[in-house]
Design a protein around this ligand. Structure first.
Ligand SMILES: *[C@@H]1O[C@H](CO)[C@@H](O)[C@H](O)[C@H]1NC(C)=O
Ligand SMILES: *[C@@H]1O[C@H](CO)[C@@H](O)[C@H](O)[C@H]1NC(C)=O
Ligand SMILES: *[C@@H]1O[C@H](CO)[C@@H](O)[C@H](O)[C@H]1NC(C)=O
Length: 810
C-alpha cells in the first residue's frame, strides 16, 4: 500500500518543500507521509532538500532527534541523505482525533553544528475500522411500543479521522425496525432504532439485529454489533376462551356441587398479564344463586335447585379477565334435561254432587282436569278410576276427562261413592297421584213403604175396653227423610154398614191399631180393614195391607133353656107311656148358648128328681130317657130339675123343671088338674092363651124366614150347602170356631137351637142361616131379597154371624 500511494505522497512532499523554502529561510523542511509506513520507507531526501553535501553526512554525524521524546521515528541514510521511517508511526497514537498530526523532528549536524527542523506531517490512513463499544447491545422493548418509537443506539467509534471515520450505519433487514441516522453537531454520526412495525411478544420474544457501521475510507472498513432485543410483555392479549359458546346438558335436580362444565380461557400474556380469572358477567340473582363459577379453574358447579319446570335453559355470560383487566366473554348455555319429578295433579273442575239416583246411565257427573308440569313423555298422563263403581272416565279434550255414570244408581243400595281417580304419567319411573271424589246420591222417592208382613191378624177378646191396642203394623221405606217417612192411616171402608173408623183407629206415626169401641163376639166375629202406609214424598207413594181382626169369645152368655120353658109349670107336662121300655126317649131339654166353642158346649145334668133311678139325661144331648121299664108302682107324676151348664171358664148355668106324667091318656090323670090348677087355677087358661099366641107368632116368623131362605137358596144355593145346611142324625155338640192356617174363618159359626116336642119318631131339623146384618130387630123385614144376596155374597170378607136353628117336630 505504501508503494502505491507513493507518487501522490511525493507530490505533496514537493509542495510542502516549496512552501517551507518560502517560509523558512533557515532551512526547515516538512514532509508529509501516511502513517503506518513500512520500516525503511523513504520519506524524502533531506540532504538534497537542505542542500547539503550528502557525502559529508556521516562525517557530520547527522542525526534525527525527536522533540521532547525519545522516540526516533525516522532515520537518515548517511549514504544518500534519505529520510527513512525508522519506527512505526501510528497517527492515532500520536494525535488521536486531531485533524493534523505533525511530528516535529530536529535534524542535527555537527561540524558545524547545524539544526534543521523537520516537520513530519502524518497523514491518516484508514487503518481503523469502526468499533462498537460492546459486541452486543442488549435492549428491552415493550411490545406495547408504538410505531415510530425511537431507541438510541451506541455509536461506533473509528479511530480514524475525516473520511475514515464512521460514515454510516446499516441495519440488517428486519420487519420491525428501521434505522434513523443523524449527524450531531460536530459531525458525529449516531443512529436510533425506529419501530416500524409493532412487536408482539407472543410471536417473538427476542430479536437479533445486526448493526453495521461503515467508515468512509478506502478501502472501507466496517464494524458490527449485534442488537439483542428482548420484547417485554405488555398486557396486550385478552384471555381467549376455548369456545365462543359452551353448551352443557344438566339433569334437573342435580345436587349441589355437580360440575356442569369447565370453561377455559388462555391468555398469551405472561405473568400477571396471563393470569386468567373467570367471572359470571351480568347475570341475574337467580342464576348467580344457582351456579357457582370457580374463578380460578373455570369450573361451573350447581349451587342451587335446578328445576326444569322453573327454568329449562340457562344462558350465562362468562368473562375471563387477566390480571390487568383485559377481558373476553363467552356464553354458556345450559340445557336442563327434564326428570320426571312432578306427579300429575288432578283437579276436579266441576262435580254434580249430590247426584240424583234416577239419572240415566251416561250422565256426565263431573269434569276432571289433569296436569303434569313435566315435559314430553313425563307429562303424558293416563287417568283411571277404580273398577267397582258405576262410573267411568271419558276422555274429552286434551287433559280433560268426563266422569260419566255407567249404570243406574240406587241410593237405597249405595248412597255414596268414593271415586278414586288415579293419574299416572309415562315417565320412568312413572309417577302417579290420586284423588278421591266423594259423590253422594240424592234421594228420589222411588220406594213405596212396604209392610213387614203381607197381612196382619189381630185377635181381641170381646168386651174389650175401647182404646185398647189390637196390634201394630210396620212398614218400611228405605228412602231418605220425608221420602222414607211412613204415615199410617185406615183406608175408608164400611164394616157392617158403619165406617171403619168407628171400629178402629191407627196411630199415624207408630202404626199401632186401637179399638175404638168394645166388640161383641156374639154380634160379629171378625172383620177386615185395610191400613195404608204412605210416605211423605211428593208425590207420595203408598201401599196397603189387610188386617183381619178376630174377636174371640168370652163366656159371657149363660145357657138359655128354650124347652121346657124356664118359668115352667105343669102345663108343659110331658106324657110318658106306661108301656115305655127302659131306654126310650121321653123328652128333651133344649138349651142354647149365645157363646161359642167351649163356652157354648152345654152339658145337662139332673140335679133333682122324684125318682132318681127312673130317668137319665144325655150329658150333651139333653135327651131324657127311661132308665128301666115303667112299672105300675111308679108314681104317675115325676118331676125333674135339670141344670144346663156350658163349658166356659168359669161356666155359667141355668136350670129348669121338667114335669113328666106317666100315663097313656091325659084324661086318665085327674091329679093333673090338681097339679095344674091347685096352685093358680084361674091363671092357667091365661098362660095357655099366651103360650099359644107365642107359639103361633114364633111359627109364623119361621115360615117367613124359610120362605126368605128358599128364595135366596135359589139364587145362591152354594152358600147354604156350604155353610149352613147340616142335619145331624144325632144330637151334635155345638160347633167350634175353627181357624185355619190362613187365619180366616173356614165355616160359619152356628147357633144351634133344638126344639123338641118329645116325639121319638119324626124329628126333622130345620136349618136357617142368617146374617147378622139381616136381623137386627128394627130391620128384619125391610131387606129385599137382593140385600140378602149381597149380605151372603160378602160372607167371606165381612163379619158374619150365622145362626142355625134346628127344630125338631114330632
Ligand atoms: C268415603 O270416604 C269417607 C271419608 O274418607 C268415609 O267416611 C266414607 O265411609 C267413605 N265411603 C265409602 C262408601 O267408602
Ligand atoms: C225426595 O224425593 C224427591 C223426588 O221424588 C226429591 O226431589 C227430594 O229431594 C227428596 N227428598 C229428600 C229429602 O231427599
Ligand atoms: C190396596 O192394595 C192393592 C194391592 O196392593 C190395590 O190393588 C188396591 O187398589 C189398594 N187399595 C187402595 C184403596 O189403595
Amino acid at each position: 500500500m505504501g508503494n502505491k500511494g507513493f507518487p501522490l505522497t511525493g507530490l505533496a512532499i514537493s509542495l510542502t518543500l516549496i512552501l517551507s523554502a518560502l517560509h523558512c529561510a533557515r532551512g526547515d523542511v516538512s514532509y508529509s507521509i501516511p502513517e503506518e509506513m513500512k520500516h525503511g520507507t523513504v520519506i524524502g531526501n533531506i540532504g538534497k532538500d537542505l542542500g547539503l553535501d550528502v557525502k559529508r553526512l556521516s562525517d557530520r554525524r547527522a542525526r534525527i532527534d525527536t522533540e521532547g521524546n525519545n522516540k526516533r521515528y525516522c532515520d537518515v541514510n548517511m549514504d544518500n541523505g534519505d529520510l527513512i521511517v525508522a519506527e512505526r508511526i501510528d497517527r492515532e497514537t500520536l494525535c488521536g482525533k486531531k485533524a493534523s498530526c505533525v511530528i516535529k523532528l530536529e535534524f542535527v549536524l555537527q561540524n558545524p553544528l547545524e539544526l534543521h527542523r523537520v516537520n513530519l506531517h502524518i497523514q491518516d490512513i484508514n487503518d481503523n475500522a469502526p468499533l462498537f463499544k460492546n459486541d452486543i447491545i442488549k435492549m428491552e422493548i415493550h411490545e406495547s411500543a408504538v410505531k415510530g418509537a425511537r431507541f438510541s443506539l451506541d455509536e461506533a467509534h473509528d479511530a480514524d479521522i475525516g473520511e475514515n471515520t464512521v460514515k454510516e450505519y446499516k441495519l440488517q433487514r428486519n420487519e420491525h425496525f428501521i434505522l434513523n441516522a443523524e449527524t450531531k453537531s460536530g459531525g458525529r454520526k449516531y443512529c436510533e432504532l425506529v419501530l416500524d412495525k409493532e412487536l408482539d411478544r407472543e410471536k417473538e420474544q427476542e430479536l437479533q439485529l445486526l448493526l453495521t457501521a461503515v467508515d468512509g475510507g478506502s478501502p472501507q472498513r466496517s464494524g458490527t454489533v449485534v442488537i439483542h432485543v428482548t420484547v417485554l410483555d405488555a398486557n396486550d392479549n385478552a384471555p381467549v376462551f376455548s369456545q365462543a359458546l359452551y353448551k352443557a346438558i344438566l339433569l334437573e335436580n342435580s345436587p349441589t356441587g355437580t360440575v356442569v362444565i369447565t370453561v377455559s380461557a388462555s391468555d398469551a400474556d405472561e405473568g400477571l398479564n396471563g393470569d386468567v380469572r373467570y367471572e359470571l358477567d351480568h347475570v341475574s340473582d337467580e342464576i348467580s344463586n344457582t351456579f357457582l363459577l370457580d374463578t380460578k379453574t373455570g369450573e361451573v358447579k350447581v349451587n342451587g335447585a335446578i328445576d326444569y319446570e322453573e327454568e329449562s335453559a340457562y344462558e350465562l355470560r362468562i368473562s375471563a379477565k387477566d390480571g390487568l383487566g383485559l377481558a373476553s366473554y363467552s356464553t354458556l348455555v345450559i340445557d336442563v334435561t327434564d326428570v320426571n319429578d312432578n306427579e300429575p295433579v288432578i283437579s276436579v273442575k266441576s262435580l254434580s254432587n249430590p247426584i240424583a239416583e234416577n239419572v240415566s246411565p251416561g250422565t256426565e257427573v263431573g269434569i276432571i282436569n289433569v296436569q303434569d308440569r313435566d315435559s314430553e313423555k313425563n307429562r303424558q298422563v293416563r287417568c283411571s278410576i277404580q273398577p267397582n263403581v258405576p262410573f267411568k272416565l271419558v276422555t274429552s279434550i286434551k287433559n280433560y276427562y268426563s266422569l260419566v255414570s255407567t249404570a243406574h244408581l240406587d241410593r237405597e243400595l249405595v248412597s255414596e261413592y268414593n271415586i278414586t281417580i288415579t293419574a299416572t304419567d309415562e315417565g320412568s319411573p312413572p309417577l302417579s297421584s290420586s284423588k278421591t271424589v266423594h259423590l253422594s246420591v240424592a234421594d228420589i222417592n222411588d220406594n213405596p213403604p212396604v209392610f213387614e208382613e203381607q197381612s196382619y191378624s189381630a185377635y181381641v177378646t170381646e168386651n174389650n175396653k175401647s182404646g185398647s191396642t189390637l196390634c201394630s203394623v210396620t212398614a218400611r221405606d228405605p228412602d231418605w227423610r220425608q221420602n222414607g217417612t211412613v204415615i199410617y192411616s185406615l183406608l175408608a171402608a164400611e164394616v157392617n154398614g158403619a165406617p171403619v173408623s168407628s171400629y178402629l183407629s191407627v196411630n199415624g206415626d207408630t202404626g199401632v191399631i186401637h179399638a175404638v169401641r168394645s166388640f161383641d163376639y156374639e154380634h160379629f166375629r171378625s172383620f177386615k180393614v185395610h191400613v195404608m202406609a204412605r210416605d211423605n214424598g211428593s208425590p207420595p207413594l203408598s201401599s196397603n195391607v189387610s188386617i183381619s181382626v178376630f174377636i174371640t169369645d168370652v163366656n159371657d152368655n149363660s145357657p138359655q133353656i128354650l124347652y121346657p120353658s124356664p118359668e115352667g109349670n105343669s102345663f108343659m107336662t110331658e106324657l110318658v107311656p106306661k108301656a115305655a121300655h127302659g131306654g126310650s126317649l121321653v123328652s128333651k131339654v133344649i138349651a142354647v148358648d149365645a157363646d161359642s166353642g167351649q163356652n157354648a158346649w152345654l152339658s145337662y145334668h139332673i140335679i133333682k128328681s122324684t125318682d132318681p133311678g127312673l130317668f137319665t139325661i144325655g150329658l150333651h144331648s139333653g135327651e131324657i130317657r127311661t132308665q128301666r121299664d115303667i112299672s105300675e108302682s111308679d108314681s104317675m107324676k115325676q118331676n125333674l130339675i135339670v141344670a144346663v151348664k156350658d163349658n166356659g171358664q168359669p161356666s155359667l148355668s141355668a136350670t129348669c123343671t121338667m114335669y113328666l106324667l106317666i100315663s097313656d091318656n091325659l084324661a086318665e090323670v085327674p091329679e093333673l088338674k090338681d097339679i095344674s090348677f091347685d096352685e093358680n087355677n084361674s091363671k092357667l087358661t091365661f098362660y095357655l092363651i099366651i103360650a099359644l099366641v107365642c107359639v103361633s107368632t114364633f111359627f109364623l116368623t119361621f115360615i117367613i124366614i124359610i120362605l126368605g131362605v128358599r128364595f135366596c137358596r135359589r139364587r145362591k144355593p152354594r152358600l147354604l150347602f156350604d155353610g149352613a145346611v147340616a142335619i145331624p142324625s144325632a144330637y151334635l155338640p155345638p160347633n167350634y170356631a175353627e181357624v185355619d192356617g190362613t187365619g180366616t174363618l173356614r165355616s160359619a159359626y152356628n147357633y144351634d137351637a133344638y126344639l123338641t116336642t118329645g116325639s121319638r119318631t119324626s124329628d126333622f131339623k130345620f136349618v136357617s142361616s142368617y146374617n147378622d146384618n139381616t136381623l137386627p130387630a128394627d130391620q128384619t123385614l125391610r131387606k129385599s131379597p137382593s140385600d140378602f144376596a149381597e149380605a151372603f155374597g160378602e160372607s167371606d170378607s165381612s163379619p158374619e154371624v150365622g145362626l142355625e136353628l134346628t127344630m125338631l117336630f114330632s
